[in-house]
Ligand binder design. Sequence first.
Ligand code: NAD
Ligand code: DAU
Length: 352
Amino acid sequence: MKKILITGGAGFIGSHVVRQFVCNYPNDHIYNLDALTYAGNLANLSDVEGLLNYTFIKADITDEAVINNLFEKYRFDAVLHLAAESHVDRSISDPFSFVKTNVLGTVILLQAFKNLWMGNWEGKRFYHISTDEVYGSLGETGFFTETTPYAPNSPYSASKASSDHFVRAYGETYGMPYVISNCSNNYGPNHFPEKLIPLCIHNILNNQPLPIYGNGKFIRDWLYVLDHAKAIDLVFHQGKNATTYNIGGSNEWTNIDLVKLLCQLMDQKLERAVGTSEKLITYTTDRPGHDLRYAIDARKINAELGWKPSVTFEEGLSQTIDWYMDNQAWLEQVTNGDYLRYYQDQYNTLLK
Ligand code: NAD
Ligand code: DAU
């Protein structure tokens, strides 16, 4: 039985990865370590919490003594590291939290793993889950490949780029077996409603304005979160050592076109007159340093590991909307007092 540590498993992507591993690998034991920040929610995993090969550990990756003790106690064979501060807008107002969790927290995990297995790396692996934002912004053409130079533009992406470099450096310096993947924008169930898609779903449900930064022509490459979880499974089990894999949806949308599609789908599902939700679209002040376009070239993971997205955007978006409509108690719980304060600070307006 392998002991696999997944950090950030109570968050959006992490919860889908935990479920994927707990359910598909009953002979491995999955430890989900999470500090349960505003973005972490154990309700995301209520269906697996009773399974025998699953353990939740509440801990902060920036607490070095606690992390060292946990690694000595459990002697994890592998780490899948997803815990992070993940929202670009929050990184603009509070960069230090991003340096602390994303950089220092990652180094504390690397050091704990190294202290445990240095000289005995056989069968061990540190898998760092990262983002395409480390590559900076594309113009109207081209794609990010695994060799695109790093050029992060936000404090969030700079912190993720830094953590990627530390992982690689532990591989070079200490021989730590590692793999890194850099993925494009995810969407799907359990996505915290500070991010564009769940924020708009929540606001459409509540007849609130849909804030579009700048001219709305910024482009993202969207991937259904369950397809990302499957890619992570493949990279973890079959990816080559000391290698980076780019993961993306080959699914580019301008923000404004995406929000209009969301409005159309939700008008149908809510049986509202055509055009009702689009009237909520409100152009707002742009995000500072806003990256124009992300787009992943996913040929390497396709050729080496046979991965490709399984869900079309229309299917994935429709399933995502259905999930939010069926789980309004979840949405109510995460849009409580702290969220309302965040929303007012970020958008200069009260959410009613
Ligand atoms: P999220 O914000 O939904 O979840 C992050 C989780 O990490 C939460 O459960 C939170 O409680 C936990 N966490 C935060 N700080 C912690 C700390 N100090 N100690 C322990 N736990 C802590 O994030 P997400 O969107 O699920 O992203 C997960 C990972 O995937 C991140 O590393 C992110 O950079 C990366 N990523 C995200 C996307 C995306 O589109 N969301 C795309 C590519 C890569
Ligand atoms: O590319 C991967 C990254 O995708 C991940 O690493 C990040 O963790 C994740 O948050 C996401 O970053 P983005 O900044 O692209 O996602 P976000 O949902 O915040 O914004 C998507 C686009 O929508 C972006 O161009 C900004 C715009 N936007 C966002 C919000 C929240 C708006 O126009 N209005 C909004 O209110």
